[in-house]
Structures are given as C-alpha cells and as structure tokens.
Design a protein around this ligand. Sequence first.
Ligand code: CFM
Ligand code: HCA
Length: 533
Amino acid sequence: NQKVLEEMLNQYPSKVKRNRKKHIIIKDSALARQEIEANTRTIPGIITNRGCAFAGCKGVVLGPLKDVIHIVHGPIGCAFYTWGARRNKAKSEDPTKNFINYCVSTDMQESDIVFGGEKKLARMIDEVMEIFKPNAITISATCPVGLIGDDLQAVAKAAQEKHGIPILAFNCEGYKGVSQSAGHHIANNGLMEGVIGQGDWEEAPGKYPINILGEYNIGGDSWEVERILKEIGYTVIAVMTGDGSYEELKNAHVAELNLVQCHRSINYIADMLETKYGTPWLKVNFIGVQDTIDSLRNMALYFGDPALIQKTEEVIARELARVEPILGQYKKICQGKTAFCFVGGSRGHHYQGLYAELGIETVLAGYEFAHRDDYEGRDVIPEIKLDADTKNIPDLHVTPDERRFRLKISPERMEELKKKIPLSNYKGMNIEMKDGSIIVDDLNHFETEEFIRLLKPDIFSSGIKDKYVVQKMGIPSKQLHSYDYSGPYAGFNGAVNFARDIAMAFTSPTWNFITPPWKNEPLLEGIIAEGGC
Ligand code: CFM
Ligand code: HCA
C-alpha cells in the first residue's frame, strides 16, 4: 500500500503533498507509535465532507431535543440545511411538545444585516412562545450574525426574564472552528451551564440509573439500545440527545453511570459530569453484535450486582440465539469482501466490528473531523498541540457541586475497574485496524476517487456528498450518516438490518450496468492556454 499512497500523493503540488501526507498513515504495528495530524484546517479549495461549527452545535447536538424550539438566527439557508436532514427520530407522550419536525429561523434579509437583527430575533421569540409554548428555546448563530455583532446573549437573557422559560443562546457561528467539532464543544458547554442539573430530582426513580451520551437516534438507533437496556433492568434517565428532551436532560445529574457512544461529540459533557457530580463514564459501542455484548457486560461489571450480571447474560443469550442464524445467512454473501469506512467523528471506527462480523475487511477508514485521540487513543491528549483554532472554544471551568457531588464508586474500585473496562477512557480507532490498512483524516474527493481506483473496495460507506460519484464508478455505497433512510443499525436488531442492507447492495445486479458518464465523453471541454483561466 505504500506504493499506492505514494502514487496518489505524487499527483499533488508539493505544498499540498506535504500537508496531506501528515493526515494519512498506513497501519504498522511494528512501529512504536504512528502520529496522525487531525482537527486542523482543510486546504482551501479542496472538496471534503466537513461541515461547520453551526452544523455541529445546532444540527447535531441541540437539534434532536424535541420539546425545545431551536431558533436559527441567520439567513434561511443554514436553517433549511439542518431541517430533518439527520433523520433523528423522536416520539413524545405529549404530542404538543414534540417540535422535531419544525424548522424555525429569523430568515435574515439584507436590511437585517445592515441594521442588525436583534429586534427581529426578540420578536421571533415572542412569536414562538405564543404559537408553541416550548419547554425551552435555543438560539443558534450563523456566520453573518457574528460578523455584524448581534448580541445574542443579551437578547436571550431579556427574553428569558420576560417569558420565564430557559432561553439559551449559542455563539456557534460556522467559522468558529475548522469543522463541526467546534460546534459540539459549544453545545456541550451551553447544555452543561443551562440545562443539566436544573431539575430538582435528588435521586433516580429506578434501579441502575444511567444516561446515554452521544447517541442521536439516527434511524431509531437509540430506541433499539433502550429496548435492550430496559429489558436488562436499567433506568434510562436521559439520552443526549437522540429522542431527548429538556425535561429529561435537566435531571441527568441523578444517574450513577454515563455511557458514552459517540465520544467525539460529547466527551466534554462526560468529563464535566464526572467533575461536577462524581459520575464516571464508560465508553460503549452499540454498533455490532460483539461490541454490543462487550458494552453490556462492562456495564454489568460496573454495577457489580450478581442479579444484573445474570440478567445481562440471559438477554445476550436470547438475542444471540435469535439473530445469529439470520446473520449467518447474510455472511455467506458478504464473506471476503472489502470496505472503505469513512464517517464523521466516531462511526469510521464504530462500524468496523460490524463489518468484520459479516466477514468484510475494512481496508481504508477515517474521520472527517475527529481529533488525534479518536485515532490514537485518549492517552495522547496531553501531547496535542493547541493551535489558535482549538483555543477559540474555551473549556468550561467546572467544579464539584457542593450539594450534589457524590462519588458513585470508591477510588479503589474505580482503579480496579479501569484495568478491566474502558472507564473514562477510549483506545481510538488505529489500534484495532489491521496492518497495511490505510487511515485517512479529512479524506477529500480527489483522494476518494484515487483510493477507489487503486484499492477497488467492494463497498464504500460515507455520506451524501460522495455517495453518487462512487456509485457512478460502479461501487455500492452505504451512507453511514443517514443510513440511506434505513435503520436502526444499532444493537442486535440493528446488526440484522445492516447485514440485510449490505447483502442487498452486493447482490444487486445494478452495478454491472453502470458506465460512468466520464467513460463515454469528457465532462469538460476547452483549451488550457498559458496565462488563461
Ligand atoms: Fe458523533 Fe454522530 Fe459521528 Fe458526529 Fe456527524 Fe452524525 Fe457522523 Mo453525520 S455526532 S461524530 S457530527 S456519531 S452528524 S450522529 S453521522 S458526521 S460519525
Ligand atoms: C453534518 C450532518 C451530517 C451530514 C451527512 C452527510 C449528517 O455534517 O452537518 O454528509 O451525508 O450526519 O447528517 O454529518
């Protein structure tokens, strides 16, 4: 693969080559360590799949909270793009408190940009209160708002006093970071300051109380995870933020354990909850049968109750007996194939186990916007150089809550458990990849096409921005952001759905009939002349 990589990199101008070389590695476990550059600016002009800070804050973390009206302050495009696109589903016992299908925006016009949009925003909040009566309101800033200097925080504060519900403003202007990752951090800080802990519960309403962090209910994933957990006997206090709500989130402080599915988007809250309330967090992965089983066993070990451990094993045995024969059938179709697995900040890793269970080897993987720790493991964090872009989003300074801080387990037991289960830790993607496989950060469209040409994978998994180019190359493509409107893919039932969809992609005869348009005729015509453009 070294040759493949050199061949691709040599096509770049030398400055671009120097930059991109640092973002690509070939896994070699013989080396003591392999450093990858991540969470830095994309080279201007290069087409990648990254989004912006607004997308990470409003689109990803805040958007799924169903009893909250999320106001997008800005021209209509940003609101429109985050409208329902992520397929996070929500059900509500009170249908008048489920606003997940709405898109609310101040729809700023030229005159608002010139004269300021604060008054329009305040009027919009009044209107939202009159029409919807939500439990809370968030306001997310888009780029022009930051440029003209509207004081969102002041508008939110005044409106909160006027209306008596929490109104939280997020300065998540798109340019605040190099990707949506900055927006996750901004949203985490805001939820920690303005929502979590605002409830008056002093103790949990049931046994084994947990929160599920970094689970956004894409395609119904969190419903499948909750099905399993409830059956074992857990009390799910809050999901952050899939099918979540302000009402649940405000009491999240009573949990005894925080599960972390997508660490990239929510590790900040996980850490802050540990500092403020003494609640440890456990890295889980509910994608793939074995990873689901391992996560369930680790949870049971944390609580350490023999009845819970036994119930966990019973549920695992029953679910396995049900899904294994079905998966076995699909495995016959999938065995021996290869995949590219490139997603945002955690799925590039999380799906590899599921692929492997079907007999599919991931030969190239990576993330759009993850940080070095998502590749190399959490131990690398102290070494990460903080550049101006990273420092843009300050860490919130959290201290132990005087009244509510309580160590959930003793320090001795914590140390003991840390040797066995990933408490407050994750190892990153790279360690699990096979030698010779390629790891790419912020993959771009040129590299996508080149790597496909050189490695010829049997399936490509990524997002909407590159899906169709790849399909026109005759390679089946599975979106791992939206699941191509299928799902759930999490848990036991999810593994079956995924296996069915992937097997269907392999067996479809469609791919034999495709001739990419550029094979027949050039797509661009013209003459390149010296000094011309
Ligand atoms: Fe976490 Fe996500 Fe992901 Fe993400 Fe995203 Fe997403 Fe994703 Mo799209 S929070 S990092 S910012 S798992 S929206 S639900 S699918 S890129 S891999
Ligand atoms: C985002 C959202 C996104 C986009 C998916 C895609 C999602 O980045 O703002 O590019 O296909 O999951 O909806 O990641």
